[in-house]
Design a protein around this ligand. Structure first.
Ligand code: FHN
Length: 439
C-alpha cells in the first residue's frame, strides 16, 4: 500500500516537473532565421519615419485629445464623419520619405482612441465604414511602400478608450468615456488579435508591429505569448516591439525608447527600463506633439534633428522621427522641409550612419562614435577644446582623415589614446566627422 502511494507521488512529481519544463519551453522564444535577417536589416537602416495619424487630427490637439478634453465616446464617434483626407497622396509621402534618407515608416493603425485606420471586418469603427473618405489609407500606403522599396511597420495600441471589453479600465480612459463598468478583457484581447491578424494578412509584407499602451494597466495579463506567437506565425520576419518602458519580454525582437536615448530616462516614463540585447530604436517628435497639433510651432532645428540621429547611431539605436499629418492628408510643409534637409545631410554623411554599429567608444560629452568594418567614425557634435583626446580602445590606427574631404587630420598617439586636432575652419557646427582607419 505504502509503496503504491510512494509510486503515485513520484509520478505526480514527475508530471509536475515535466509540465514546468514544458511551459518553460513554450516561453523560450527562438526567432526564425528570417526574423534574424530582419533584425540585421533593421540595425543597418537607422532612420525611420513615425506617423501618428487618425481622426483626432481634425481637432488639431494631438492624439490624446479624447482623453485630455474628456470627450465621451458618443461625442467622439461623430469625428470620423468629418474625416476626409482628400489630399492624401501615398506616392508623395513615400517619395518624400526616400528623399529624406528614411528607410522605413511606422504608422498608427489604431491609437488609444480605438479607431481603426484600416478596413477591419471585426469592427465597423474604421476608416472605410465611418468616414466620407471611405478608403483604406493603410492599404494605399502599404502598396506604395512595397512599390518604392520602403518597409512598413504597424503601430498598434493595446490600450483602447473605445472598446467596451477593455476592462478593468486602466489609468486613462476613465468614467468620462461613458462605458459601463463591466467587460471581458479576454474578449478584448481576442478582438485585438483578430485585428492584428487582418493587418498581417491583408497588407503584404509587414516589417513589424510596434505595440504601445501596456503601461496603462501594468499588472494586467496581456496574453503576450499568444499574441506574439500569432504574429510570428503569420509573418516570421516581422519584428515585434512594445513601448512598455521595461526590459524586453520573451517574443520581442527589438526594444524601443521613447523621447530618450537608451539608458537616459530624462522623461521619467521609464524608471524600470533596462537595456536588453535586442536591436534598439528611439522615437522623438519633430515638434512637441505626436498627432497633428495646430498650435505646436516648436519645431526642432535641422541641427537638433541631425544630432539626434547621430547620437542614436552612436548608442546603437535607430532614430524614429515622428510627424503628425493634417486632416487633409498632407504632412506639414515645414516638417517636409526639415526632413528634406536631413536627407541632404545623409546624402553626404550616410556612409557614417547606415550599416554602422555604435561604438567602439561609449557616448561622450563631445559626441559619439560609429563603426563599420575597419573604419571608426568619430562624430564631434560639440567641440570643447582646441584638441580632442579619444581614449584608446586597444586598436592600432592606420590613418586619420576628415570624412568630408579626406584631408589628413593631425594626430598623436600616447598611452592615453589618440589626440586629434581639426583646424577651426574645417569644423562643422552640426557634426565634424573624423574617419579613423584601423590597421
Ligand atoms: O500615449 C502614447 C503617445 O500618444 C504616443 O503614441 C507615444 C509614442 O511613443 N507613445 C505613448 C506614450 O508612451
Amino acid at each position: 500500500m505504502k509503496s503504491t502511494i510512494r509510486q503515485s507521488n513520484s509520478l505526480l512529481i514527475l508530471f509536475i516537473l515535466f509540465s514546468i519544463g514544458y511551459s518553460q519551453a513554450q516561453n523560450q522564444y527562438v526567432p526564425a532565421p528570417e526574423n534574424m535577417k530582419s533584425r540585421e536589416w533593421f540595425q543597418d537602416a537607422k532612420f525611420g519615419l513615425f506617423i501618428h495619424w487618425g481622426v483626432y487630427s481634425i481637432l488639431g490637439d494631438g492624439e490624446w485629445a479624447m482623453n485630455i478634453q474628456h470627450i465621451p465616446i458618443k461625442a467622439y464617434e461623430k469625428l470620423p464623419s468629418f474625416f476626409n483626407p482628400t489630399q492624401f497622396d501615398p506616392k508623395e509621402w513615400v517619395a518624400m520619405v526616400k528623399a529624406s534618407g528614411i528607410k522605413y515608416i511606422t504608422i498608427t493603425t489604431k491609437h488609444h482612441d480605438g479607431f481603426a485606420m484600416f478596413d477591419s471586418k471585426v469592427s465597423d469603427y474604421n476608416i472605410v465604414k465611418k468616414t466620407p473618405y471611405g478608403k483604406d489609407v493603410l492599404k494605399m500606403l502599404s502598396d506604395e511602400c512595397h512599390a518604392q522599396g520602403i518597409k512598413l511597420f504597424f503601430y498598434h495600441s493595446q490600450l483602447d478608450w473605445h472598446h467596451p471589453d477593455y476592462f478593468p479600465r486602466g489609468n486613462t480612459g476613465g468614467d468620462w468615456t461613458g462605458r459601463e463598468d463591466k467587460g471581458d478583457m479576454n474578449k478584448y484581447l481576442d478582438y485585438m488579435d483578430s485585428q492584428l491578424s487582418e493587418l498581417l494578412t491583408n497588407y503584404g509584407e509587414v516589417a513589424g508591429i510596434w505595440f504601445d499602451g501596456m503601461w496603462d494597466k501594468k499588472d494586467a495579463d496581456w496574453r503576450l505569448e499568444k499574441t506574439y506567437s500569432l504574429i510570428h506565425k503569420l509573418q516570421p520576419a516581422a519584428l515585434v516591439g512594445s513601448n512598455h518602458h521595461r526590459a524586453p519580454y520573451a517574443g520581442e525582437d527589438f526594444q524601443m525608447f521613447e523621447k530618450d536615448l537608451p539608458g537616459h530616462n530624462t522623461t521619467g516614463f521609464a524608471p524600470e527600463q533596462k537595456i536588453g540585447d535586442l536591436p534598439k530604436e528611439t522615437c522623438e517628435t519633430i515638434n512637441n506633439s505626436w498627432g497633428f497639433n495646430l498650435q505646436d510651432g516648436s519645431n526642432k532645428s535641422r541641427k537638433e534633428l541631425i544630432q539626434y540621429l547621430v547620437k542614436a547611431s552612436g548608442y546603437g539605436a535607430n532614430f524614429l522621427l515622428n510627424v503628425g499629418p493634417m486632416p487633409n492628408g498632407k504632412i506639414q510643409p515645414e516638417h517636409v522641409a526639415l526632413l528634406k534637409q536631413m536627407g541632404e545631410w545623409l546624402n553626404t554623411y550616410g556612409e557614417t550612419i547606415y550599416g554602422t554599429r555604435g561604438g567602439p567608444l561609449s557616448a561622450r560629452e563631445w559626441g559619439v562614435a560609429t563603426q563599420k568594418g575597419n573604419k571608426v567614425y568619430i562624430h564631434i557634435l560639440n567641440w570643447q577644446d582646441e584638441s580632442l583626446l579619444i581614449p584608446s580602445w586597444g586598436k592600432k590606427i592606420k590613418s586619420v582623415k576628415l570624412f568630408i574631404d579626406k584631408t589628413p587630420v593631425k594626430f598623436s598617439e600616447s598611452e592615453f589614446g589618440i589626440t586629434i586636432k581639426v583646424p577651426k575652419d574645417k569644423r562643422d557646427d552640426v557634426d565634424t566627422v573624423v574617419e579613423l582607419e584601423l590597421k
